[in-house]
Design a protein around this ligand. Structure first.
Ligand code: FAD
Length: 221
């Protein structure tokens, strides 16, 4: 946000989106939730990404898919409604990155991390794309995604007691008012630590909801 813009851009290839894009929420991974070996193996062999990701790619308003970098950048500027992105500047950055990715003696820490991730078979098969040049047409088409900044989790909320009753400004309980889940900081932050590890939010929300329900039922007898 300090740049003055509430979005940034992400440029990748079909080969990268296929392995490295996942949508949060397990229902977006039909191969895993369907316990289908056939669909899971297809991840390794198909050129396409899992269907929900492909749907975003085809219909998402913030996704641009083009074969040529010239067309991609033109569409990116069109979508943003300005001409901030300069083709030659972007091409120069991608070419610099592509030079590193094919360099067998690369010292770039990010590229080294990609190689390292692929030493684990699980990541190699379904999570980390084989290093390749972004401008290699065989890995295309090119994809640009406009990343919009949003607040996804609150990490804070009303202060409550152990019965989920809300404390008012002066530190006294507000009668009859209960707060749970994200509204009470039970999504993350307090209950699971300040780092609020991914995947640990629902548990705290459910727990505090159950707790509040029990306390409210007890309060009314
Ligand atoms: C994309 C995404 C992926 C996530 N993935 C995970 C995950 O994998 N694992 C995990 O543990 N957590 C995950 N989380 C976090 C988790 O989903 C939330 O912390 C949790 O659902 C919050 O539950 P809640 O009941 O506190 O709030 P919400 O589920 O937000 O419920 C609040 C409800 O209040 C309603 N509401 C708002 N204002 C009003 C009003 N004025 N009147 C009436 N109703 C109103 C809203 O419509 C909503 O239904 C994810 C969150 C997001 C956004």
């Amino acid at each position: 946000m300090s740049t003055g813009y509430d979005y940034s851009w992400f440029i990748l290839t079909q080969s990268i989106i296929k392995k490295e894009f996942a949508l949060s929420g397990s229902e977006q991974n039909p191969d895993l939730t369907g316990k289908s070996w056939r669909m899971t193996l297809r991840r390794a062999t198909n050129k396409g990404a899992p269907a929900p990701v492909e749907a975003f790619k085809s219909h998402g308003v913030d996704f641009i898919v083009r074969d040529r970098i010239e067309d991609l950048v033109a569409e990116m500027n069109k979508l943003a409604g300005n001409d901030l992105l300069k083709l030659e500047h972007i091409r120069m950055q991608i070419e610099a990155r592509d030079r590193e990715i094919v360099n067998p003696y690369v010292k770039d820490a990010q590229v080294m991390n990609i190689h390292n991730a692929r030493r684990y078979i699980g990541d190699r098969l379904i999570r980390t794309a084989a290093p390749h040049r972004i401008l290699d047409p065989a890995q295309g088409p090119l994809i640009a995604v406009k990343l919009n900044i949003l607040t996804r989790k609150t990490l804070g909320g009303f202060e409550t007691d152990l019965d989920s009753r809300v404390f008012g400004g002066e530190g006294s309980i507000i009668p009859g008012l209960y707060a749970v889940g994200e509204a009470a900081g039970f999504g993350g932050g307090g209950v699971h630590g300040y780092r609020s590890l991914e995947g640990t939010f629902l548990g705290g929300c459910l727990f505090s909801g159950r707790n509040a329900g029990r306390a409210a039922a007890k309060a009314v007898g």
